[in-house]
Design a binder for this molecule. Sequence first.
Ligand code: NDP
Length: 246
Amino acid sequence: MIKDKVVLITGASSGIGAATAMLLAKKGAKLVLGARREEKLQHLVKEIESAGGTAVYQTLDVTDAEANKRIVQFAKDTFGRLDVVFLNAGLMPNSPLSELKTNEWNQMVDVNIKGVLNGIAAVLPTFKAQKSGHVITTSSVAGLKAYPGGAVYGATKWAVRDLMEVLRMESAQENSHIRTATIYPAAIRTELLETITDTESAKGMAAIYDQYQIGPDRVANVVAFAIDQPEDTNVNEFTVGPTDQP
Ligand code: NDP
């Protein structure tokens, strides 16, 4: 059931995070939204409220471990509990390894991997104490299939897959009733390509994405499906992308 669940979303200011917030709010969830761009979060909260939903926000940089703890506490202070965390913040500044864009490599490691770890660390004590909770992450098909230009991005998304699978196993072993789901989107129209600074990689990715039209609402549907399952049922891994994308 989605209705009345308290759901924290990182990377909620645009794309998949924002679309998921809108959908879950329509289905009666109470949303806690985190990202760095405050105006975007303010706008989204207003949009959700004017559609009859409930949402609050707190600015969040997922690379800051303490900020992750603060937003979890904010969710609990505001709504009395936290049921689901959707660790979705990410960026994809692709480039060939030979370009040595080491700052961007580090940025991807910091946001796409450490950001997810910070989120897990912030929420796990609460979920274990409650003996319930749901951790959902946005990996990528790039975490399943390598491609030139996507070495570091793919590595970060592979890492998410691995740590989520272990989280699932350990949670089950510990009988903590924590559900996990990892989502592997393919080409979804969002702001993600804007993070690419390497001209050739930007052109190459744009050429792929220009062929497809599906938006972040399709990923939101999958997140909603995972949450909506009975509490004793863990639907665990999904790919989602355009029908005609090979
Ligand atoms: P967007 O660029 O639209 O969204 C990315 C979100 O991440 C933004 O809300 C941004 O917010 C947030 N973000 C980035 N850095 C940080 C940070 N340090 N702290 C907090 N939030 C941060 O792209 P998508 O919606 O597509 O991306 C969402 C996820 O989906 C990412 O993990 C991406 O890798 C994954 N994905 C997307 C695919 C696609 O085709 N679109 C395919 C496969 C996976 P702000 O800048 O306000 O902080």
